[in-house]
Design a binder for this molecule. Structure first.
Ligand code: PLP
Length: 425
């Protein structure tokens, strides 16, 4: 029999007893979402300042995406790729034109997107670059987060994510993030086929690199015939105030190849918000010379490219463009950081604020292993705002991009109230 939930306590007890303990959630049980708001089982309303790790940029239960999902759910949901379906082609055309690439390979989760890019890069290395088989090397950055598969955690340096999951996949070298000389040195190895990087390191605590890091990294790769792979699973789809973080300061909502601040990666990995928060979709985009190394039978997924996901993703991208979410994220991001900077200057408990668009973080002025950031998130929750600490003493603030300026100010007031309380402690 299916159990009905009548209280938060009951739901937490069920998860504790029957679910694997692979997460440590804030003690709040959500049962409804709309736009920037979430409600718990007891009916208390919250501002969402996590957006499901930036998977809900369009806001919760966006009516247009919901309608598209319902319509497609009643028509055709899954055929597998053993046959063609009448939504995949239009989706492939839509997303490649949207981001300015020849081709797309659709998958489901972000980690699968990363795995896909790594496989394509290795194959390209052997077949196009002429690297000796099994010798390919892929450069990654320290403190990266690219997902949870055995290969991806092989090149993580988060002990918690790695320990006792070995033996690890070989073929990866780590360099410091935002370090062009280190990249150039690593690129001297002729077996290097790719550099995989997040344009802003989200999980690590919203580390924003130097303004010209992406452009310079891409140029350094090009000079050595190495693929520059941007993991924009968290930073993409308008989150950082432009359509992609690799767009730099370009404000246009679409593919902005013509803008000087745009750096076209050789491979672009998307996930999270191309789902609109409804249904997992991820994608790897590349041009023909790279994507065509994949032949029938060499890579795939039962659900990848299914009509339901394809329809949802197309609509989710349409919403980003029609509602000018990149511009809104840019505008609100500036206001948010200004307001947080005032708090940083005024209260000793906060060390700094950083970020871009609506992907921001404040660093709490306490040791890495203190519980202050967690305690502050619990206090924020009690005051009607949901955020989560990342890496000990950092709080990430990433609301849905459909927020209004007035709502943002109300949220900043809530944060200020909590910061003030903790400053006195
Ligand atoms: C979330 C994330 C992933 C993994 O996505 P999943 O859908 O959780 O597998 C990969 N890379 C980055 C940058 C992410 O933020």
């Amino acid at each position: 029999m299916m159990e009905t939930i009548n209280s938060s306590k009951q739901a937490i007890e069920l998860e504790d007893k029957y679910g694997a303990h692979n997460y440590h959630p804030l003690p709040v049980v959500l049962s409804k979402g709309e736009g920037v708001f979430l409600w718990d089982v007891e009916g208390k309303k919250y501002y969402d300042f996590l957006s499901a790790y930036s998977a809900v940029n369009q806001g919760h239960c966006h009516p247009r995406i919901k309608d598209a999902l319902i319509e497609q759910a009643g028509t055709l949901t899954l055929t597998s790729r053993a046959f063609f379906n009448d939504v995949l082609g239009p989706f492939e055309k839509y997303i490649t034109e949207y981001f300015g690439f020849d081709k797309v390979l659709p998958m489901n989760t972000g980690a699968e997107g990363v795995e896909t890019a790594l496989k394509i890069a290795r194959k390209w290395g052997y077949e196009k670059k002429g690297v000796t088989e099994n010798e390919a090397v892929i450069i990654v950055a320290e403190n990266n987060f690219h997902g949870r598969t055995t290969t991806v955690i092989s090149f993580s340096n988060d002990e918690n994510a790695r320990k006792n999951f070995g033996p690890y996949t070989p073929g990866f070298v780590k360099i410091p993030y935002d370090d062009i000389p280190a990249l150039e040195k690593a690129l001297e190895n002729k077996n290097v086929v790719a550099f995989l990087v997040e344009p802003i390191q989200g999980e690590a605590g919203v580390f924003t690199p130097a303004e010209d890091f992406i452009r310079k990294a891409s140029e350094a790769c090009k000079a050595k015939n190495v693929l520059f792979i941007a993991d924009e699973i968290q930073t993409g789809i308008a989150r950082t105030g432009s359509l992609l973080a690799v767009c730099g300061n370009c404000t246009c909502e679409a593919n902005c190849e013509k803008q000087t601040s745009y750096t076209q990666p050789d491979m672009l990995i998307l996930g999270k918000a191309i789902s609109g928060g409804f249904y997992p979709v991820s994608a790897v985009l590349a041009n023909n010379d790279i994507m065509n190394v994949i032949k029938p039978g060499q890579h795939g997924s039962t659900f990848g490219g299914n009509p339901l996901g394809a329809k949802v993703a197309m609509t989710a991208l349409e919403v980003v463009r029609d509602e000018k979410l990149a511009l809104n994220a840019r505008k609100l991001g500036k206001i948010f950081r200004q307001r947080m900077q005032i708090l940083v200057d005024k209260y000793n408990i906060l060390k700094l604020v950083r970020g871009k668009g609506l992907l921001n973080a404040v660093v709490v002025n306490d040791s890495e292993d203190s519980s202050t950031a967690w305690d502050m998130c619990v206090a924020l929750k009690d005051n009607g705002l949901l955020a989560k600490p990342t890496h000990g003493n950092i709080i990430r603030f990433a609301p849905p991009l459909v927020m209004t300026e007035e709502q943002l100010h109300e949220c900043c007031d809530i944060i200020e109230k909590v910061v003030k309380e903790f400053d006195k402690k």
